[in-house]
Design a binder for this molecule. Structure first.
Ligand SMILES: [Fe+2]
Length: 348
């Protein structure tokens, strides 16, 4: 009898504390990265896997396949998902995805991409099975892949908002193609009719961001804050950049961070306006396709420190302590060493 009571006591002791559901978490760790070429080895996935992150967000260019015929992307998707590093990685990690130009369509493409519906179907076919159940993607008429996801961190509401910066985006205003980098340079357009998100997605986003949360993770495939570099960025549409920054400043959340990719370098920017909430953006790129020999880094009035130009991934740690969320974000190299960080709660 005594043994039975001991067993019941042990069971009661273990079950409530030993079963970790999202509700019981006190630390939420999110890894993120971008620009993963299917034709290259990806040993960095093994480094990332060792962290056992609760989530990993692929921020776009999850495959490289620039083609006007969306179904021609299938071999690239197949190659990516059949890599042994990939298979082990996604088996152990809860994934979230968005897309950027090279997986969505062709280089720097937007709403003009002719086979965006088919590309959307491929995105959902390959990535949706690895994502949390019950996500709703895009508009009611199944346009775009934007969505949001909630995580309960010890009673605190963490809101991950993932807009689609490709499907509805107006054409860019090209200035020239750089002979040095082979990349297109763009100038910003003051045409207020040009958009990144489009009307319907803006309505969705404003509604999402008005929902109360304790911490908001805003994901953007392209950079939001810096305006100085000539490549793709929200700043190519200054009215859209202003609108998103103002929306984030006034968001119904206690704190927030922007995660972005695309640039083939890693950077941290902080947008500070007196009397307003300051906004931090951490950019991680690339997981396995760094381009350190190209001139990709530009000064910015918002930039903190210098860019990191080798293979990298990002980490966001949220800790629920004494009724508050403490947080820290960093960039790590191939060996898992932190190479830059932003640590507002002094977690160290
Ligand atoms: Fe890329």
């Amino acid at each position: 009898m005594k043994q039975i009571f001991s067993a019941i006591f042990l069971f009661l002791l273990i079950v409530p504390f030993g079963t970790v559901s999202a509700k019981d978490l006190e630390i939420l760790s999110i890894g993120f990265g971008s620009c993963l070429h299917q034709d290259k080895e990806s040993p960095i996935l093994k480094t990332i896997q060792a962290h056992k992150y609760d989530y990993f967000i692929l921020l776009g260019d999850n495959i490289y396949s620039d083609t006007l015929i969306a179904n021609e992307k299938i071999p690239a998707y197949e190659k990516q998902v059949n890599h042994s590093e990939w298979k082990t990685f996604v088996k152990q990690t809860q994934m979230l995805f968005t897309w950027d130009d090279h997986d969505y369509g062709i280089n720097d493409s937007g709403s003009e991409y002719p086979e965006k519906q088919t590309s959307r179907e491929l995105f959902l076919k390959y990535w949706q099975p690895m994502m949390p159940k019950n996500l709703a993607f895009g508009t009611k008429s199944q346009e775009g892949i934007f969505y949001s996801h909630w995580v309960n961190l010890n009673g605190k509401k963490i809101h991950i908002v993932v807009p689609d910066t490709r499907y509805f985006r107006s054409p860019l205003q090209k200035s020239f193609v750089s002979r040095l980098t082979g990349k297109n340079f763009y100038t910003s357009s003051n045409d207020l009719n040009r958009t990144i998100l489009g009307d319907e997605q803006w309505l969705w986003l404003l509604e999402e961001i008005s929902k109360p949360s304790d911490f908001l993770v805003f994901v953007s495939s392209i950079q939001v804050i810096p305006t100085e570099h000539p490549f793709e960025k929200w700043g190519n549409f200054p009215h859209e950049r202003n609108r998103i920054l103002q929306t984030l400043q006034n968001a119904n959340t206690k704190e927030l961070v922007i995660l972005s990719g695309d640039r083939h370098i890693a950077e941290i920017h902080e947008y500070k306006v007196p009397g307003k909430r300051s906004i931090v953006e951490i950019t991680s790129s690339s997981l396995n396709l760094p381009l350190p020999f190209l001139l990709l880094e530009y000064d910015s009035e918002w930039k903190i420190g210098k860019a990191f130009k080798e293979k990298n991934y990002g980490e966001l740690k949220l800790i629920s302590k004494d009724g508050k969320i403490m947080w820290k974000t960093s960039i790590q190299d191939l060996r898992g060493e932190s190479v830059m960080e932003y640590d507002p709660s002094s977690l160290k």
